[in-house]
Design a protein around this ligand. Sequence first.
Ligand code: MN
Length: 711
Amino acid sequence: MPMSTWTKETKTTLLYIVLAFAFSVAMRMVWLYQFSGYEPFYHNAQFMINTNDGYYFAEGARDILNGVHQENDLSALESAASQLTAFFAYILPFSFETVILFMPSVLSSLIVIPIILIAKNIDSLEMGFVAALLASITHSYYNRTMIGYYDTDMLNIVLPMFLLWSIIWAVRTNEDKYLLITALDILVYRWWYPQSYSLEFAFFGLILFYALVFDRKNLYNYKLLAIMMFAMVGLDGYVRAILVLGVFYIFKQKQFDRYIYYVLALSVALFFLSGGFDPIWSQLKNYVFKDAVSAGEKGLKLHFYSVMQTVREAGHISFETFANRISGHTVTFVLSVAGYIYLAYKHKVMLFGLPLIGLGFLAYVGGLRFTIYAVPVLAFGVAFLITQTAQFMPTSRLKFLAPLLLTILAIYPNIVHIQNYKVPTVFNADEVKILEQLKGKADREDYVVAWWDYGYPLRFYSDVKTLIDGGKHSGDVNFPVSFILTNPQDVAAKMARLDVEYTEKTFAFVKENKERVRDKNLTIFSNVEQMTKEYGFSDTNDFLLSLQTEIELPQKTRDIYFYLPIRMMDIYPTVEMFSNIDLMSGEMKKRSFFYMTKSFKQEGNSINLGQGVVFDLQAAMLSIGTQKVAVKRFVQTAYDKNMKLTKSMQMANPAGEVSIVYMSNYNTFLVLDEKAYNSLYIQLAVLEEYDKMLFEEVVLTPQAKVYRLKI
Ligand code: MN
């Protein structure tokens, strides 16, 4: 329609959307501005991303654009985020790095559209504008959608907010078009984020409740429920799209109205028959049976250390953190909750936002990441209170100024947060250089052994295969990698060859038995269990001991590299946990002694290493609290001007229990027992003391060391 026929309301709506969108994007440029010119954060003349998982989608997008990928490389070709990225990178005149850097800022800022449109429905555009300004930059929403936070979060709240908008408009107007928009939104949301079913379900349940209790005779509600259900059945996205369009066509014809209940019944039946309920069921099972140490179903019933154990502690949050993340400030949060209750009392449709609030409040039990769901709906709460104050103002000037001032007050803590939130990029420029060198040497079919934190970035920058990554890091796959990194070189080398070959073998086996695996007729045993059995053992401990002897290794099918960054030192004790367990009994073994410090000071003939650890240089003794242990060796490392590692070693007491390593260029002291000292990681990454029969150096820099396995 021509511009002149636009109503004043449409113009205002558009103006508010454009302003709020620009505000949201602009606030996300603060990080860019703060770090502009800071070389370690740049690669290919662009900032790198600041979320690890982003490299998963980046790898997928790269492979889509190149049109090639390797079998079993775990590349995310099927993920929506990768597909959308590849599309943008293809049509836009920007570099790939620029696209993935800016995508979160731009897409997440779209949240202002449903927020303002929802408010329009209850004739309070101003409330929508205030809510949009606030929600778009509130702590947790900002943290997970800031520039460079390249992850599915960039649309994870936008899409359910559009869903909420279309549901509200559907219920309010009963217009046919909202049936279609609601269903299409579900299709897109599910494509983008397959775990979206829980929210879709909550919305479905709420509408069902509303229909049965308040509006039982209205056929439109059942049309809405049926078309939503067809969008949610457990079939391929294209099939669901066709179903939705077909059902929409039927619903448009008045003469079919008497069959609506049958259509609804059919959709529910199809939902159960197509396995639509399965993800919910397995989710429930996960919550009910989640256990720290998980036992296998059949076979040896090995006990692996679960990643849940290391993550779980992060789950508990204080009320203040919770409130800050949802509203930016405790006061704003309390006002938001009160305001939302008042708003819902005045406008019942706003109750449809409850599933999002509910999911956000799950943060109390499920961890921080859930808070973002509650952000936009609760923002309506405080925005409603703010715009209501205008009514009590005596003059038109105050009617404008009071809400303005209150809005600034509500937004302010979030702006302060943004200014202080200086997260680093995942990798720094020097590390990426190493990975690119590795890319030049390694074949795409080769494996790189590294802790899971480096899995996705390794695959993106080096285009290699990895054993574990940000998504594949359960106890059974972490075990061999942990074992390799924290055990002596000879057994580590054998385990590396074994684990890589068994990994590929298992991929092939699963592919050959696709149907049986899908129908759960076949248990896929962990690599370690397969090795144990195939080497003729019934006890995994015996098999692991046998690695110290001459065993016949599987046929070598490809090269194996080791990526050992110095920064892994911080997590060494955690890495060790995963293999420091008796797999047969599930009992944790005694942890090796590993103490690292950057704060120390010389006191006479001793060096105080902090935490009650004192190194007596003269006596070559170490006191740990009241305990005294003899020092076996003292090693000092340094880089010469060619960046080559030099080291000096003094044997102190051959019977000593701990070794002390002073890494002078890193300003770091290490105190290690024999197990830690002899581990592959310490020997190769810290001391470059590698067995020339087993390893070959590839890239050695102060940031990281890369070796190639020779067996
Ligand atoms: Mn690849």
